[in-house]
Write a protein that binds this ligand. Structure first.
Ligand SMILES: [Zn+2]
Length: 322
């Protein structure tokens, strides 16, 4: 299970096969029985109560495997592979509808999702490594419940990072949830939560609602302001400076503003660009957000102080277009 792991599925989707029809391929070799290396110790024991983004937890390894952790602390992050033991009964699932994640999302094959229901219910979680004490590995961001068998741990490397991958967008219905998702995702890039980071995430929230998928190739963004604002917005949009050129930045100490454009010629290169921009027209749409200095000044660098339920879009920005 991962932060972007749609868990829900239902049998009402448009393209769900009516019955399980996976013929056994005789040539597929058998593999030996998997032996767990340890178990998850988490304060959360019920998957329905697991917060998005997971919690702090401990992976307790069988003592026989403890020396396999040697020097793992040189990594800030690790992959955890575990076994969705509660999904044993759903191993015939091939199509899922992650409607809890996004009410409009239907008909995704399990191999394109991180759903727990799948032929081999193996979970893949990317977590922060907080520390190791003997056979106990303390992590943050693990959304496997207490008692989940752990199959393997693998290190996360810089070469695992793809700055601007192509992926479908699943957009939660609740604005507050979308806000928290953006902050969590943006933090992975900016690596600190300063006030201008939160300002950038609020700009991104409004832009996504007005223009659709932030990572769409047809969406370009121009930032004028602090380096933290520019970096935060570049991180959340995955907008590169070139190939294709989607991002420009001008450092400024006097203004914090961003200009977002979608629907230009480049948009047709990205079939998903139209979420939230479904009129199908090729007209360019422009959104300009200019931070109101009085609203920004002195606002603490805390997520709740910048949340949509704490301050409205109009209080925070002069908004033009969209
Ligand atoms: Zn910063």
């Amino acid at each position: 299970m991962e932060t972007d792991a749609p868990m829900s599925s239902s049998s009402s989707g448009p393209s769900e096969p009516s019955a399980l029809t996976i013929p056994a391929i005789p040539a597929l070799p058998a593999i030996p029985t998997l032996r767990p290396i340890g178990i998850v110790r988490s304060p959360v024991g019920d998957i329905k109560k697991m917060p998005r983004g997971g919690v702090e937890a401990v992976i307790e390894l069988d003592h026989r495997y403890a020396s396999g952790l040697q020097r793992i602390e040189e990594h800030s992050n690790i992959w955890v592979l575990s076994w969705f033991h509660e999904s044993e009964s759903a191993r015939d699932t091939l199509i899922v509808n992650p409607v809890k994640e996004d009410p409009t999302a239907f008909g995704y094959g399990v191999f394109g999702m991180r759903a727990n229901r799948r032929p081999n219910p193996i979970a893949l979680s990317l977590v922060d490594l907080l520390g190791v004490d003997g056979n106990r590995v303390r992590v943050r961001g693990l959304d496997a419940i207490d008692g989940t068998p752990v199959l393997d741990i693998k290190s996360y490397w810089e070469r695992d990072v793809i700055f601007s991958p192509r992926a479908p967008v699943l957009r939660p219905k609740e604005r507050q949830t979308r806000w928290r998702d953006l902050v969590r995702l943006g933090k992975q890039h900016h690596q600190e939560t300063c006030t201008d980071f939160y300002l950038g995430m609020r700009m991104a929230l409004i832009a996504e609602e007005a223009l659709g998928k932030l990572t769409a190739l047809g969406l370009t963004v121009q930032v004028e302001g602090s380096r933290c604002l520019g970096d935060s917005i570049q991180g959340i949009t995955h907008a590169r400076l070139a190939n294709p050129a989607r991002f420009t930045f001008a450092e400024s100490a006097s203004a914090q503003r961003s200009e977002w454009r979608s629907g230009d010629a480049g948009a047709s290169a990205d079939a998903d660009a139209g979420k939230g921009n479904t009129d199908g027209s090729d007209t360019e749409r422009v959104l300009r957000l200019h931070a109101r200095e009085a609203a920004v000044q002195g606002r603490p660098a805390e997520m709740d102080a910048w949340a949509p339920d704490a301050i409205s879009d109009e209080e925070l920005f002069e908004i033009e277009g969209g």
